[in-house]
Ligand binder design. Structure first.
Ligand code: FES
Ligand SMILES: [Fe+2]
Length: 396
């Protein structure tokens, strides 16, 4: 492999040597070199080695509740169609016509079939080619040979997980040890998304990811929000809990919720009632590379980061509540529940604004010619662990 020092050109940095410093034990290690947050060459390695190889969350099953419902989603250059077919299966197809490559659909909707806008080729929801106008004169042409290219898909706890690598092994076994902390008890499969956020941020995807798995910033960034209910010293990181590609940190605040007081305003998931206090105060689970789930006793908040070039990323989040509460919210006949929901959304808005702002500010600093690798505190061990995983996957 070509040396990375050459790949980043004019800066003539010794990237490989800097990576060796990252790979020391966390409290002796240097942070990821700044060029990892802006180099187009390193970005492309991340896309090829991570985003085209790993399991990526592209939404929730409730995003496509009925047969024919579809949404589109991008993973770097790849546009995907996520659709529920007539057998109630969720399929994921590359959004590329098999005739001459046109993108077939945009946005979301409901359709009985997908018709390419260029020359009218028609595909079933399962991706089979059903119509190719004027092709009876074309020799040796069989529609069976030209279905949409599908990607691997797996449903886990209500999340739609996709892998663009046909050789990838299944997702669920990769996170099986999450059961050790009782992740199933938070009732996520029964939760339905009631509010969604989407930001296109001016930062590298790893900057926001690191922020989400270290509590060191809480007293300075979240002075107006989190600090009151979950100060830095109340969090516990579990760096050695598993060799699987996920991590968890837990705020030690029994019964944590997103209300103004911290008391849950939605019905508490019954299975969490007897959770040990150290497990009930909002664990943040991160499945590599870029999916996070924040469990509290009455809601699920989840996020997915997808890179959009080295200097930008898409951050999508959802707030989900138990199905019964979601149905009541949809009916709109319970003003108290509606007000609680607005309170949760408002509070999540506030801490997101703080995290987004600081991540963009960090990126502007990382862009400086004078940015250099730094060091990790004991409150950033998971960020170190995540960075070493990225480095091993993409840079070595
Ligand atoms: S490119 Fe789709 S029908 Fe021609
Ligand atoms: Fe934060």
């Amino acid at each position: 492999m070509a040396s990375v020092a050459k790949l980043v050109g004019a800066q003539e940095v010794e990237f490989d040597a800097r990576l060796a410093d990252l790979k020391k034990p966390a409290l002796e290690a240097a942070t990821l070199p700044p060029e990892a947050y802006w180099s187009p060459e390193l970005y492309q390695r991340e896309i090829d080695a991570i985003f085209f190889k790993e399991w990526i969350c592209v939404g929730r099953v409730e995003d496509v509740p009925n047969a024919g419902d579809f949404v589109t989603h991008e993973i770097a250059t790849e546009s995907l169609i996520i659709v529920r077919d007539h057998e109630d299966q969720i399929c994921v197809h590359h959004n590329v016509c098999r005739h001459r490559g046109c993108q077939i659909v945009e946005g979301s909707g409901n359709t009985p079939a997908f018709k390419c806008p260029y020359h009218g080729w028609m595909y079933g929801l399962g991706g089979d080619l059903r119509g190719a106008p004027e092709f009876r004169h074309t020799e040796n042409f069989d529609k069976k040979d030209y279905p949409l290219i599908s990607a691997q898909v797996e449903i886990w706890e209500g999340f739609i997980m996709v892998n663009l690598d046909p050789e990838a092994t299944p997702f669920a076994p990769r996170v099986s040890e999450m059961s050790r902390f009782g992740i199933e008890r938070y009732g996520m499969s029964n939760h339905v998304t009631t509010h969604r956020w989407h930001f296109r941020l001016n930062c590298n995807w790893k900057e926001w990811m690191e922020n989400s798995i270290e509590e060191y910033h809480i007293p300075w960034v979240h002075t107006e929000t989190f600090q009151a209910v979950s100060p830095m010293k109340g969090w516990v990181e579990f760096p050695d809990i598993t060799d699987q590609p996920w991590i968890v940190m837990v705020g030690q605040f029994p019964g944590f919720s997103y209300s103004d007081t911290g008391d849950p305003l939605f019905p508490v998931t019954p299975e969490t009632a007897d959770l040990a206090p150290e497990h009930s105060g909002m664990p943040i689970w991160v499945s590599y590379p870029s999916m996070g789930v924040l469990n509290s006793v009455d809601t699920t908040v989840y996020y997915v980061l997808l890179p959009d070039g080295p200097d930008h990323c898409h951050l999508r989040l959802g707030l989900a509540v138990a199905k019964e509460s979601a149905e009541a919210l949809a009916r709109g006949d319970d003003p108290a529940l509606q007000a609680s929901h607005e309170e949760y959304v408002r509070n999540i808005d506030s801490f997101l604004a703080e995290d987004n702002k600081i991540s963009e500010q960090q990126h502007r600093g990382m862009r400086s010619r004078h940015a250099k690798p730094g060091r990790f505190s004991k409150h950033e061990i998971l960020a170190w662990k995540f960075d070493t995983w990225v480095a091993e996957r993409a840079y070595s």
